[in-house]
Design a protein around this ligand. Sequence first.
Ligand SMILES: Nc1nc2c(ncn2[C@@H]2O[C@H](COP(=O)(O)OP(=O)(O)OP(=O)(O)O)[C@@H](O)[C@H]2O)c(=O)[nH]1
Ligand SMILES: [Mg+2]
Length: 353
Amino acid sequence: MQKYYNFVIFKRNVLLFCHFSLFLYRNLIKYSMGFFSSLFGKEKKEALDKGLEKTKTSVFSKIARAISGKSKVDEEVLDNLEEVLITSDVGVDTTLRIIERIEARVARDKYVSTDELNEILRDEIASLLEENNTDQTGEFEIPEGKHPYVIMVVGVNGAGKTTTIGKLAYQYKKAGKKVVLGAADTFRAAAIEQLAVWGERVECPVIRQNMGSDPAAVAYDTISSAKAQDADVVIIDTAGRLHNKINLMNELTKIKQVMKKIIPDAPHDVMLVLDGSTGQNAYEQAKQFTKATDVTSLAITKLDGTAKGGVVIGISDQFKIPVRYIGVGEGIEHLQVFDRREFVDSLFKNEEK
Ligand SMILES: Nc1nc2c(ncn2[C@@H]2O[C@H](COP(=O)(O)OP(=O)(O)OP(=O)(O)O)[C@@H](O)[C@H]2O)c(=O)[nH]1
Ligand SMILES: [Mg+2]
C-alpha cells in the first residue's frame, strides 16, 4: 500500500514538473519574441525618423512660421497652414481635405491653441489616410494561394526599381521565403549586372539572358524556373520607361501575357516605383503611369535626403492604389512597409515636448 502511495506521489510530482517546465518554456518564447519584435520595431522607427528628417525639419520650420505670434488657431493660421502643406508637396486636393478637417475640429472645440497644432495635424492626417485606404498589408507577407507570388516592378528611369527589388528580396528571404529574381531589364548590360549583384548579396538566384534579348522571354524563363524550384516569390525587374512611350508600354503588356502562359493569374502585383525626391513630379508620374498600364501597388523611394516626403501623404490619399513600401535609404534594410499612422507620427512628432 505504501509503495503504491509513493508511486502516486511520484507520478504527480513528475506531472507537476512537466507542467511547470512547459509553462516556463512558453513564457520564455513569448517574452523573447516580444523582445525581438520590439527591438526590430524600434529599429524600424529609428530608420523612419532618420529617413524623414529633412522633410520634418522643413515642415516644422514652416509650421513655426505659420503660427508665429499666434496663440489660437484662427482663419489666418489656417490660411498659413494651407500654404505650408501645399509647399510641403502634400498636393492641393489633399491639403484642402486636411484643412477642412481641422476647421471642423476648431469649430467643434471652440478654442484650439497653436501649441496643439502638430498633434491635431497628426491625428487628422492619419485618420484621413486610414479612412480612404483600408487594405493595409502586414510585414512583407504573401497572399495565400498564390504560389509563387509574382511581382513585376515598373517605373521611369532611375526611380529605384532595381534597388527596391534587392531590398524586397532581402526582406522576403529574412521572412524565410524562397525568392527568384528575373532580369527583364535587358536594355543595358549594367542593369543585368546590378540585379545579379543584389542576387549575390541576398543569396537568391537571378534568371538572366544576354543584353538586348527579349524581356518577355526572360520573364518566361524566370517563372518557369521559379515554379520548378518551388519558389515562394518571383520579382521581375523591368527597364525604366516613360508612360508616353507606346512601344515600351506595349512591351509591359507582352511581358504580362507571357507570364500568364505559366501562371494564369500572374503577375499578382504590378508595382510602380516612384522617386519621392521629385515631389509633385512623382505624383504626376503616378497619375500618368497608372492611366497607361495596370498598376496594383506603389513604392515611393528616396525619402531620405529630401524635404519632399509630404508627397507620400498626397499620393496615399488620392490614389486608389495602395502605397505599399517606402524607401528610406540606400541600405539593404531601408525598405519599409508603409504604415500610414507610423509615417504621420514620425513626421509630426515633436521631440521637444
Ligand atoms: N537615398 C536613397 N537612394 C535610393 C533609394 N532607392 C534607390 N536609391 C538610389 O537611386 C539610384 C537609382 O536606383 P536604381 O534602383 O538603379 O533605379 P532603377 O529604377 O532601377 O533605374 P533604371 O533601371 O535605370 O531605370 C541608385 O543610386 C540607388 O542607390 C532610397 O530609398 N534612398
Ligand atoms: Mg534598374
